[in-house]
Write a protein that binds this ligand. Sequence first.
Ligand code: CDP
Length: 220
Amino acid sequence: MQLFHIAIDGPAGSGKSSISKELANQLNCVHIDTGAMYRAVTAIALRNQTPLDDVKTYQFLESSIFEYQKESIYVNGENLTDMIRDKTINQHVSLVSSIEYVRKKLVDVQQIIAEKYDVVMDGRDIGSVVLPQAQVKIFLTAEIEERAKRRIHEMGLDIPLKQMIDDIANRDLKDSTRMISPLTKASDAIVIDTTYLTKEQVIQAILIEIDKRKRQHAKH
Ligand code: CDP
C-alpha cells in the first residue's frame, strides 16, 4: 500500500511541532520534527567547540544515527532533547542549517524514514525539498507577536516580548533568505493562518484537508 506523507512547514513558533505531534498521534503515524535534528547537530558542534562555519566540523554526521522515541531525539544513543531548546542553539541553528553538507545529510535521513513509514514531518523545506510528493502539504503562519507570545509561554520564559520577537524575526530572515532550501511555501501547500485559531481548530482544518485528499485519491 502507498505510504501517506503529510508535510508541515512554516516559520518559527507557528505551531508546527505541537500540531504535528498531535496530528501524528491521531493518525497513528510517525512524527518527525526536522528542526530538532538541525538543533541537535548545532548542540553537538557547539559542545565540540569546533568552528560552525567550517564543513569539517560536521564530519561526525558520516557516522551519526538519529532516533526519535516519544518526542525525544537521540543521536548515537545520547538523548539531546533537553539541550536543543537552549537560547544559544536558537542563536546558531540558522547558520548550521544553511550549510549544504549538513542539509544533504539530514535530508537523506529524513527521506529514508519516509520511505518506510506514514509520516507527519515538520520543518522549513519539507513540502518543497524533502517530501515533494507528500499527499498533503500545509504551510502554517501566524502574526509574529502571537508567535513570540506562544514561544514565551511554551518555554515558561520570563523575558520581554520584544526580545522574543527580535529572536524569531532574526531566525525567520536567515531561514528564508539562505541559498539552499530556504523556508518556503510549496506551490501546492495550503496556508493556514493560526493567529486566531486554537490548536484543535488547526488540527481540525488539517484533518479536513487530509480527508479531501484521501477521497480524491480513492476516485482515481
Ligand atoms: O520550533 P522552531 O520553529 O523555533 O524551529 P525548529 O523547527 O525547531 O527549527 C530550528 C531551526 O532549524 C530553524 O530556525 C532552521 O534554521 C532550521 N531548520 C531547517 O533549516 N530546515 C528544517 N527542515 C527544519 C529546521
